[in-house]
Design a protein around this ligand. Structure first.
Ligand SMILES: NC(=O)c1ccc[n+]([C@@H]2O[C@H](COP(=O)([O-])OP(=O)(O)OC[C@H]3O[C@@H](n4cnc5c(N)ncnc54)[C@H](O)[C@@H]3O)[C@@H](O)[C@H]2O)c1
Length: 448
């Protein structure tokens, strides 16, 4: 099948390459000439495990190409809309200008029977509005809404083997469902559940899933705040409540909270849209979810100040991790980068490192000192902060590192280090939601 993908960022580039891998003939279109040139040369413009190999393989087959010219979408039967929907400046709502610009640019090049498929995350009501716009311009072209649930860091696997496929359709009899089934034939044959619904429900599935995940993270971070006030240990608490299958242990890691190009802006856009619909009371809890999340960043700065003896002025702080999560170079609304910048603004001399995100971080905050290696970052440091739980940081040897720092003090922003090992190696170890010193395990009650 011939497909076009409009917008080749984190979502679109992976989608285009994966669709080609599945045997489709794909053209990826983006307004960013540098991105198109890189993708055409087989260079992934961002870090995503498996994407460079997949790009090389798909380009080699001749089934994948990239272009800046929207006219190259002509001839494709399906047109995926994968452009960005960032937060509006100084407002909570989503900026839909890229979505409308992408669709408007596409329409002169579509043919009768084509299906336009929305993948971008949009406020509920957008698909219905777009479908009217499309049918007015091209009555024989239909719109489907097919939200994307991929996780950065696992994007290739999540696209090739999605855990579910959601089709938002205006009219199930329009033929769009059959066409989407053909696009996703391999996943469907492998047993991926396919849920067909109206536009509004499909749009809400995506934003409510993100709202739920954000709430789960902020719930455990709220418990971390209470643990800090009582001397309790949030990691033990999470392990214990996570054994309850109704709660589950996933997404229950207390730490610096969520960030990235999706969760923060999606919950804000959801609140803004609910307000427009007169349903704002239903989502006021998300304001608290957002506040809890942001308070973790402030708490991290406080802990850094504490281990530095009460003042950050002139303190040399090593920051390990800048990406909003491991296996990504994405620093959009990254809690790690935000803490690093705060420390610098409050007078610390920050040296930051990350396995992948240094180029993106240094573009956003050129005032920080960046280095490529942990060893250089921690040299003569007064405090070391772990802000992104990259595997290599979780595996750091406290003995080896101790020889390099000026003062062995570490703040674990992701609860990813073993406090016992670090304390035994002579470090002052502090973490979010955990006691200052090792908690004494309560005696197990005798079972009679
Ligand atoms: N990144 C993720 O993990 C993820 C997951 C699920 C859903 N989403 C959603 O997918 C959408 C895209 O997210 P992203 O992270 O890929 O964003 P991104 O900013 O990385 O990519 C968007 C791309 O669209 C391009 N673009 C903008 N206007 C265009 C136009 N008129 N024509 C062609 N290209 C245009 C931009 O140049 C950019 O390359 C967003 O709505 C996001 O919420 C993202």
């Amino acid at each position: 099948m011939r497909l076009s993908v409009i917008g080749c960022g984190y979502l679109g580039a992976v989608h285009a390459a994966c669709m080609a891998k599945l045997g489709h003939e794909v053209v990826g279109i983006d307004v960013d000439g540098a991105k198109v040139a890189a993708l055409s040369a087989g260079d992934a413009p961002f870090f995503e495990p498996g994407l460079p190999e997949l790009l090389a393989e798909a380009l080699e087959t001749g089934r994948l190409r990239f272009s800046t010219d929207i006219a190259d979408a002509a001839g494709s039967a399906v047109h995926f809309i994968a452009v960005g929907t960032p937060q509006k400046r100084a407002e909570n709502g989503a900026d839909l200008s890229h979505v409308y610009a992408g669709v408007d640019a596409l329409l002169p090049h579509v043919n009768a029977g084509d299906v336009v498929v929305g993948k971008s995350t949009v406020p509920v009501g957008t698909a219905r509005d777009l479908s009217v716009r499309i049918s007015e311009a091209c009555p024989s072209v239909t719109l489907a809404w097919n939200p994307e649930f991929l996780r950065e860091g696992f994007a290739v696997k999540d696209t090739l083997e999605p855990d579910r496929l959601v089709y938002g359709l205006d009219d199930a009899a329009s033929g769009a469902q059959l066409i989407l089934d053909e696009v996703y034939a391999q996943a469907l044959a492998g047993g991926t559940p396919r849920l067909v619904m109206d536009y509004e429900t499909a749009e809400l599935v995506k934003v409510s899933a993100n709202a739920f995940l954000a709430t789960k993270i902020s719930f455990i971070n709220a418990m971390a705040e209470v643990c800090e006030a009582t001397g309790a240990d949030v990691s033990m608490l999470a392990d214990a409540i996570g054994h309850d299958a109704r709660i589950g242990r996933k997404f229950l890691n207390a730490g610096l909270g969520f960030g990235g190009g999706c969760l923060p802006k999606d919950i804000r856009a959801f609140m803004a849209r609910a307000g427009e619909l007169g349903a704002d009371q239903a989502l006021t809890f998300l304001r608290e979810v957002d506040s809890i999340n942001m308070r973790r960043r402030a708490r991290m700065v406080d802990l850094a100040r504490e281990v530095c003896g009460g003042s950050l002025l002139g303190q040399r702080i090593a920051v390990l991790g800048l990406a909003f999560k491991p296996n990504s170079d994405d620093v959009r609304d990254s809690p790690a980068l935000s803490v690093a910048a705060q420390l610098q603004l409050q007078g610390a001399a920050v040296t930051a490192t990350d396995p992948q995100a240094v180029p993106n971080a240094s573009r956003r905050f050129p005032d920080l000192a960046y280095t490529a290696s942990v060893e250089e970052a921690v040299q003569n440091a007064d405090a070391v902060l772990v802000l992104t739980e990259w595997e290599q940081y979780c595996a750091l040897n406290p003995m080896d590192l101790r020889a390099l720092v000026a003062r062995p003090a570490i703040v674990d922003g992701r609860n990813c280090l073993d406090p016992v090992a670090w304390r035994d190696a002579g470090w002052t170890y502090r973490a979010l939601g955990r006691p200052k010193a090792a908690a004494v395990p309560a005696p197990t009650a005798a079972v009679r």
